[in-house]
Design a protein around this ligand. Structure first.
Ligand code: FAD
Length: 418
């Protein structure tokens, strides 16, 4: 694998950038693999990468029905944070955040991770109390959080309306300084390149249509490119988790919903942090191109369509303008949607299943992008060792049977509260 550096850039500049080698191969599927991962989003690719890197398992295929990174990985608003209340989530996301901090160096691929801070605005006294409690819990779990008053919010994000006559007056906010944003496509590309270099086959345009089993154990998959045998199968297909699990006869506590995002026309730098409001439910940051990247709530109906409705766009824009009145002068440029795998407690499922050799990674709700490295790390461990890593013990599928749910409000609204 060519190492990307200032020297390789200069060398290739001399030949007009015509001799860069391909970043990953496009092989035909082999008849059999030790492990098949379904879904080449960030989670599936990170899992393959850590299977090879951490566990020495390289006879691995990642099967993708479309193109790699074309699912939610390439559709999200790229917010990365680890500001959860419950220890199961906080410890897991903090581990992920540490991996983000070294990701570009580890992958030798610039994922443009920018620790510009994430501010959650509080609009009521009750929210102030809840955020201060959450901040304390975050610090006790070894991560970072700072409570900001209105003046401090204004200093960090001068265009926010912190006046008393704002439509939803702001009382304060919880900042996570180490949170921020990253370039979403680069995360998929970086993990794909790293996994490919370690011998993993990434097979695009290959939809899994069936899961073969014998005596309660997986033996392989049926795909649009033929049957492929495997000893172990892991699924990381986000909004399609329910459909793929159904191929193995499992019914999951997951609903698929559309979440939209949108960008304004590009403008000069005016917002160098991420601002979110749980009460109005909108979040906003500025991309390196200058566009304001915005998102909000789900579309409120089950769907597998990667597009959404107009009322939600209006709702997000209205919320953003209530916080940043000046942005009302901008034009909206693009909107799109992704299919979310909403779990019933707002926390993910990274788990073995009742079927031997079949593992599930899903239930990411609004927030799986930030989890990408941590999710791949613990899912690879779960598959390689056939038992959970200590960081995903709480995310077992059978927690819903046992009553040990991880009801996490820091993850955003969940279907049961809609
Ligand atoms: C609009 C929007 C905004 C978001 N904002 C944020 C945010 O700011 N921060 C955050 O942390 N998270 C955010 N998320 C959530 C985040 O994007 C996802 O949780 C995360 O990217 C999921 O990654 P993944 O690899 O599991 O799934 P995906 O990237 O969706 O990858 C799954 C892949 O599986 C493939 N697949 C599906 N079925 C099959 C099959 N049968 N056979 C083969 N392949 C199949 C799909 O084609 C897809 O490429 C947002 C999501 C959306 C839609």
């Amino acid at each position: 694998m060519t190492r990307y550096s200032i020297f390789s850039l200069a060398r290739n500049a001399l030949t007009g950038h015509k001799n860069w080698p391909e970043a990953w191969r496009s092989p035909d599927p082999k008849p059999e693999y030790d492990v098949i991962i379904i879904g080449a989003g960030g989670h599936g690719l990170a899992t393959a990468y850590y299977l090879a890197k951490n566990h020495g398992i390289t006879n691995v295929a990642v099967l993708e029905k479309g193109y790699l990174g074309g699912g939610n990985t390439g559709r999200n608003t790229t917010i990365v944070r680890a500001n959860y209340l419950l220890p199961e989530n906080e410890l897991f996301y903090e581990h992920a955040l540490k991996l983000w901090e070294g990701m570009s160096q580890d992958l030798n691929f610039n994922v443009m991770f920018s620790q510009r801070g994430v501010i959650n605005l509080a609009h009521t006294d009750a929210q102030v109390d809840a955020f201060q409690r959450r901040g304390n819990a975050i610090i006790l779990n070894g991560s970072d959080a700072v409570y900001l008053n209105r003046t401090e919010i204004k200093a960090r994000a001068p265009m926010v309306d912190v006046s008393d006559d704002a439509r939803f007056p702001i009382k304060g906010g919880l900042l996570q300084p180490r949170g921020g944003t990253a370039r979403h496509d680069a995360v998929a590309w970086g993990y794909a390149r790293g996994a490919d270099a370690r011998g993993v086959d990434i097979i695009q345009n290959c939809e899994v249509t069936g899961i073969d089993m014998e005596n309660g154990r997986v033996t392989g998959v049926q795909t649009s490119r033929g049957a492929i045998k495997a000893k172990k199968i892991g699924t990381a297909v986000a909004g399609h988790t329910g459909q793929v699990a159904a191929l193995a006869g499992l019914r999951l506590p997951i609903e698929s919903h559309v979440l939209q995002a949108m960008v304004s026309e590009p403008v000069k730098p005016c917002l160098d942090t991420v601002v979110t409001s749980g009460a109005t439910h909108a979040y906003i940051s500025q991309s390196d191109k200058g566009e304001l990247v915005m998102g909000g709530d789900l579309d409120f109906y089950n769907s597998y369509a990667q597009r959404g409705n107009f009322p939600r766009i209006e709702d997000v824009v209205a919320s953003v303008i209530s916080m940043f009145p000046a942005f009302g002068r901008l034009r909206l440029m693009r909107t799109w949607g992704g299919v979310m795998d909403m779990s019933m407690d707002g926390s993910p499922i990274i788990s073995k299943t009742p079927i031997d050799g079949f593992y599930i990674n899903g239930g990411w709700c609004y927030g799986g992008f930030k989890a990408t490295p941590g999710s791949g790390w613990v899912f690879a461990h779960t598959i390689a060792q056939d038992q959970p890593h200590e960081l995903n013990e709480g995310f077992a599928l059978n927690r819903f049977e046992r009553g040990y749910t991880v009801d996490e409000h820091g993850s955003g609204a969940t279907p049961n509260s809609h």
